[in-house]
Ligand binder design. Structure first.
Ligand code: ATP
Length: 257
């Protein structure tokens, strides 16, 4: 379980540009929840992910994972137990290394460098097996550098690599936004399959309202650093895109847009 407790986050504190994004922000995410997060530009979605991953500090409050306070834990340490896939397919993989090297790197995530690194026949077979599950033919391209793959192939690999070792959370930061519609669909289906197979607790930020409604078992909508829609279970299952659009409209009228 992940708990964000009484989080305060200021940007540019003490300057003329000071901005309080989160004021007493609270959120609890249960194990195996697949949470879609939507919201207008600047509503705080990426900042929330960054706070969870330790990429940015908070000014107040605590981050608790399974009763352990990780508020002061470094990003590097947190990422041992968090798989993160970014919007840019270039970010989740190492483009100058081969598919095999990338798989080996992901397989050894969080471990200190030692002689157990490297690959052997058994490992290669295992990597091939998981690459095969992507249905992209990557299992026959182990020696190809990842930089030579298409954006969709790289994002599929990023997803596979992020979930290769046991993780507490999968964080998806608009991970289909840079892909063409058909590839995005493929990556979403793959995401859903991996999340279900591995029973992952997942937080997915997306601007695609259809994906947010269709996938996952909880939906959050954020606005100005607050959660303005939070629906799970049956309420989430019956939620429609129009419901979210209505809320978007309501908010923009309130904001005078
Ligand atoms: N490093 C930063 N320094 C100053 N302000 C920032 C910084 N990062 C984010 N902000 C501000 O915080 C607010 C929330 O930004 P954030 O990127 O978290 O929103 P978002 O919901 O992810 O937006 P988008 O949908 O456009 O990606 C915005 O007003 C943004 O300008």
């Amino acid at each position: 379980m992940l708990e964000l407790r009484n989080i305060n986050k200021y940007y540019n504190p003490g300057t003329i540009n000071e901005m309080c994004l989160f004021r007493d922000f609270n959120l609890t995410i249960l194990d195996q929840e697949f949470v879609s997060v939507v919201g207008s530009n600047g509503s705080g979605k990426t900042s929330m992910l960054n706070i969870i991953c330790g990429s940015i500090p908070t000014d107040q409050g605590s981050i608790i994972v399974n009763q352990t306070d990780i508020t002061t834990m470094s990003e590097f340490k947190r990422l041992r137990k968090i798989g993160r896939v970014y919007q840019n397919p270039a970010m989740g993989t190492c483009p100058s290394m081969t598919i095999l090297e990338n798989m080996s790197l992901a397989d050894n995530k969080g471990q200190s460098f030692n002689l157990r690194w490297g690959t052997n026949k058994k490992r290669i077979e295992r990597y091939k097996e998981s690459l095969k599950s992507l249905n992209l033919g990557l299992e026959d391209k182990l020696d190809v550098t990842v930089g030579a793959l298409s954006g969709g192939q790289r994002q599929a690999m990023a997803l596979l690599m992020a979930t290769m070792t046991p993780i507490e959370f999968l964080i998806l930061d608009e991970h289909t936004a840079a892909l063409d519609p058909k590839t995005a669909e493929l990556i979403m289906e793959l995401t859903d399959r991996i999340v279900k197979e591995k029973k992952l607790t997942t937080i997915m930020v997306t601007h695609n309202l259809r994906y947010a409604v269709e996938y996952g078992n909880r939906l959050l909508m954020m606005h100005q650093g607050n959660v303005v829609i939070d629906q799970a279970g049956n309420n989430k299952r019956t939620l429609k895109i129009e419901d979210i659009l209505d809320k978007f409209n309501e908010i923009s009228i309130e904001c005078g847009n």
